[in-house]
Design a protein around this ligand. Structure first.
Ligand SMILES: Nc1ncnc2c1ncn2[C@@H]1O[C@H](COP(=O)(O)OP(=O)(O)OP(=O)(O)O)[C@@H](O)[C@H]1O
Ligand SMILES: [Mg+2]
Length: 313
């Protein structure tokens, strides 16, 4: 058996549309994911992330190419593939007419868990996701954030080798999100392979062992965070805090042609692609605009890399 939980080979998915040109939503993507890894799919809206996950989950048939999940081909062995995975898709609905507890129990039974074990786990999982107080409420009566908790909590009911999460943290408050990120790390430490999509870059930065950035169905970059940072060597982030914000600072910043800039109270943040030698000149020129209380210069964040790699040519 191969060491890879996922093997994706030149995968393509084209949506045919009546009276309009077809959309190549996934356009020749290849990657493999070793067991126990957390793999992140990143990309702007419409990049093809959800489509790719749906093909891997056998919900859509690929147009060409191949993919195997735990060695099972998604086209020829879809039933075996489904037994390997649990997933939360962007638009997954929980079973609205069932209670929170019954949602979890039904899901566990579908994956073959004995009833007593399912009940035991449901108790633990509901505590973890802070939905125990809603156990007997119908999901349709819950807030959006709580519904999302129910959806995501399901993957912790079972031990499928592979987990797909499409923007799992949408609608979760920051405290729960942080806890769930910890739970995901625990699952991966146990050997489960997790493939997630996200728009929230520091989420990917913190969680993922390996990241694939896609745009318009194609890979634009791939690697762990260090590799991605090297790709955009020459991107610097400068943060300056003034005692009072200099009047013309917004124009001064714009003139530098930044990848990103932001002003918050007396603090300016600016990301630039420049030669290392220029950074100091820029910092000192900006510093002369007022009285500076704090200076910080750092390398690229994942967000800078993302903007740099996916911006329109
Ligand atoms: N059922 C469909 N029929 C036709 N085109 C579709 C269909 N579903 C998605 N698309 C198109 O395929 C492309 C990829 O969409 P997809 O939903 O996979 O992107 P995404 O990366 O998940 O975006 P988001 O970040 O907004 O969730 C988009 O151009 C989208 O409009
Ligand atoms: Mg999507």
């Amino acid at each position: 058996m191969s060491n890879f939980a996922l093997e994706v080979d030149n995968l393509t998915k084209v949506y045919e549309r009546q009276g309009q040109s077809p959309v190549r939503a996934v356009d020749g993507i290849s990657f493999s994911v070793p067991r126990g890894e957390i793999f992140g799919l990143l990309g702007p809206n419409g990049a093809g992330k959800t489509t790719l996950l749906k093909v891997l989950a056998t919900l859509l048939r690929p147009t060409s190419g191949a993919a195997r999940i735990e060695g099972f081909d998604v086209v020829t062995r879809p039933l075996e593939v489904r037994r390997q995975i649990s997933m939360v898709l962007q638009e997954t609905a929980a079973e609205l007419f069932l209670s929170v507890r019954d949602n979890l129990l039904t899901f566990a039974r579908f994956h073959g868990l004995p009833a007593a074990e399912a009940r035991r786990r449901a108790g633990i999982v509901m505590e973890k996701f802070q939905i125990a107080t809603h156990a007997d409420q119908k999901v349709q009566d819950l807030s959006g954030g709580s519904r999302r908790r129910v959806q995501v909590s399901k993957v912790f009911m079972v031990e499928t080798p592979v987990v797909f999460l499409d923007e799992f943290s949408t609608g979760m408050d920051p405290i729960l999100k942080r806890a769930v990120m910890g739970y995901l790390r625990e699952e991966s430490a146990k050997g489960r392979t997790i493939v997630l999509t996200t728009q929230i870059l520091n989420e990917a930065e913190e969680l993922c062992d390996d990241i694939l950035i896609m745009n318009r169905g194609r890979q634009v970059a791939r690697g762990d965070l260090n590799a991605l940072k090297l790709l955009s060597a020459g991107v610097y982030e400068i943060v300056l805090t003034f005692d009072r914000l200099p009047e013309t600072i917004a124009e001064d910043m714009a003139r530098l042609g930044p990848l990103r800039s932001h002003i918050d109270d007396n603090t300016i943040e600016i990301a630039l692609k420049v030669e290392e030698a220029q950074v100091l000149d820029i910092v000192s020129a900006l510093s002369k605009k007022g009285r500076v209380l704090r200076v910080e210069v750092s390398g690229a964040s994942l967000e800078d890399i993302f903007v740099e790699l996916t911006k329109e040519a």
